[in-house]
Design a protein around this ligand. Structure first.
Ligand code: BDR
Ligand code: CA
Length: 320
């Protein structure tokens, strides 16, 4: 089986991505490391445990990670349509707190697990990259021990969702993104925010998806009711990308599960702006290699929507 570690800031789309991994028969999830982002770290841990409970996979260990960015004190920035708790503020009757979170810190767990399975672990990072940056500071050999890294974050077209030209995960911790983009030597695949928006799914797909029988679909319907209403109201006005449903983090996850979903990638050096007044956190592409960087990344460019929707569908099937 493919060995996966998931680093997430468990909001609605992180939950979708995690459920996709849990449903994939060819994949074994070794653990989930939590990072602040869509919600404060305690909420992120609680949300992750909740997703694992819904999927009957509570044997998977959950680790508490960074509570704020490397520089400054940015601790979380709830997104309106994900709710203040990150999962649409849908009440959770089964909430049993965060007692089941492992005692070991997420960064130590990342280093340990990757060491135990050297060269075999795919790391899927779908939140701010703080835990990953800390891991390479604690163990500079961490990146070379990974099989590969899949990131949801950044942007290629100069427009952002968190600031005028910055994407959420990179803006939440630009220094961490800088460390990862510049220092991770393993093969690195990035599904940028604008790429995911260019590959939206029709709302008809979403409505059918969450209306299936079973606990998983019912859970998804509950946690997405805020998103659904918000997107109905706003995405028609999205002049750049038009209407549709986007499960941002699921793109990076799908690529990790089945690399053939990426029908074309662009191989390019990338970095992130740290100082610009309007551009802090914006991803920088360097196709002509001006920055003379050692490592390149693969940016997803064309996508097999058919395979992707199959993976998404399976995520909510009760039998998976
Ligand atoms: C990213 O930002 C977060 O809010 C989502 O979970 C996703 O990881 C999209 O820009
Ligand atoms: Ca996320």
């Amino acid at each position: 089986k493919k060995l996966l570690l998931v680093d997430a800031d468990c909001g609605v789309d992180d939950a979708q991505a995690l459920m996709m991994a849990l449903a994939a028969p060819q994949v074994q999830v070794l653990g989930v490391t939590c990072c602040f982002g869509n919600a404060p770290i305690e909420n992120v841990c609680r949300n992750t445990l909740r997703v694992l409970r819904v999927c009957n996979r509570t044997e998977i260990p959950v680790f508490r990670g960074a509570a704020s960015s490397l520089v400054g004190t940015r601790a979380s920035l709830p997104i309106d349509h994900f709710g203040t708790d990150g999962l649409g503020d849908a009440p959770d009757e089964t909430d049993s707190g965060t007692e089941c979170v492992q005692k070991e810190h997420a960064v130590s767990a990342l280093i340990r697990i990757v060491c135990e399975h050297e060269g075999q672990v795919s790391l899927v990072a779908v939140g701010p990259l703080t835990n990953l940056a800390l891991a390479v500071r604690m163990d500079p050999t961490f990146p070379q021990k990974l099989k590969d890294l899949y990131i949801m974050g950044g942007n290629m077209e100069g427009k952002g969702n968190r600031t005028v030209c910055g994407e959420f995960n990179f803006v939440m911790d630009p220094e961490a993104a800088h460390v990862v983009l510049n220092e991770f030597s393993c093969p690195m695949y990035i599904a940028t925010w604008d790429f995911t928006c260019r590959n939206k799914l029709p709302w008809e797909f979403f409505d059918e998806w969450v209306s299936q029988d079973g606990d998983k679909a019912a859970f998804m319907k509950r946690i997405t009711s805020k998103c659904r209403a918000y997107s109905r109201a706003t995405s028609r006005k999205d002049v750049l990308f038009g209407a549709g449903f986007v499960s941002y983090d699921s793109y990076a996850m799908a690529a990790a599960i089945d690399s053939s979903v990426m029908s074309r990638n662009i191989e390019c050096s990338v970095s992130v702006e740290l100082r610009g007044e309007l551009t802090r956190g914006m991803m920088i592409l360097d196709p002509s290699h001006t920055l003379n960087k050692k490592h390149k990344a693969f940016l997803t460019k064309e996508w097999d929507m058919n395979k992707f929707t199959q993976l998404l569908k399976a995520a909510l099937e009760q039998s998976c």
